[in-house]
Design a protein around this ligand. Sequence first.
Ligand code: PLP
Ligand code: COI
Length: 354
Amino acid sequence: MEVKSNNITVERTKRSKIDQVDFDNLSFGSVFADHMLVCDYKNGEWGAPSVVPYQPIELEPSAKIFHYGQSIFEGMKAYKDDQGGVWLFRPEENQKRLNISAKRLAMPELPKEIFMEGLATLLQVDQEWIPQTKGSSLYIRPFMFASGNGFHASPADAYKFIIACAPSGPYFSGKVKVLIEERYSRAANGGVGFAKAGGNYAAQFYPTQLAVQKGYNQVIWTDDNTHEYIEEAGAMNIFVRINDTLITAPTNDRILDGITRKSILDIAADEGIETEVRKITVAEVINAAKDGSLKEMFGAGTAAVVSPISAFGYKEVDYNLPELDQSYAALLKKRITDIQYNRGDDKFGWRYRV
Ligand code: PLP
Ligand code: COI
């Protein structure tokens, strides 16, 4: 056992699995790095974090996570540049958002040092797991859940914070086709849609399965009240380009405040692209698709990066988007990934060296 200068203990695995991984053919989030960071909350305080071999977690059947769903997570990536340097993208934003989610789910907030130093220590230990192949990165999954026991429907008295990592390739393997939802809702006003709560994803699996059966990859959620406004997709925020204007919905109680989304808005403005953050009606998008002014739609998120949408469905009709030689999606994807992989200028100061 080693003790790092920040007092984080490290127990290294005796059998690394790294030789079993094909780094040239990585799927998304399906093989896991050798180690994980673990930190426990009990008796009203967080204990000392430690890095241990990636392993199963022991919980009692009465652990409240199983019954009342107190579970939140974050999604981040570590990028390796051509010289082997390791970078994160705006990690403090993830740290802040984890605590926004924690508060809404009546879970304890995690001190910033545990998140930041725990993450840096874990990445030092598992740095070999960060792929250098183009388009790949180490997907990082910080998460927290109720490990305390009891059937009483109230917040648990113990929690676990873990960071596990998965060397990953792109989230989508091909063109992305989405279905604009007209019946189901992912989130409601006053609910937990803005939090990165596990239950938000569970809530969308069934409607998404129905959409997948019809040939779509993701659902674009509309507002729960009228289903007339475009909100976000299952794993990414949505941008629409009408003529030369790039539009995205304002965040609200129901929409995750995506870090990629806000970065894209800043980069687009920096490129001189006209941007609008405003409500977008489904009718407006359909009309624009019909009259040809709808030039692009794309999703933005950590896993999805910038994912162009090739077609969308609504009320049993499919609308195809044109293939552009010079799309905003391609330009913005290049700008953001150049920052993430340390290939280009970081004028916003978003890159974070590990
Ligand atoms: N919306 C949802 C529902 C998501 O799961 C994600 C992914 O994290 C996003 C949006 C994009 O957020 P970010 O750019 O912070 O990854
Ligand atoms: C991410 O982009 O990090 C997410 O959390 C989306 C997830 C559903 C894969």
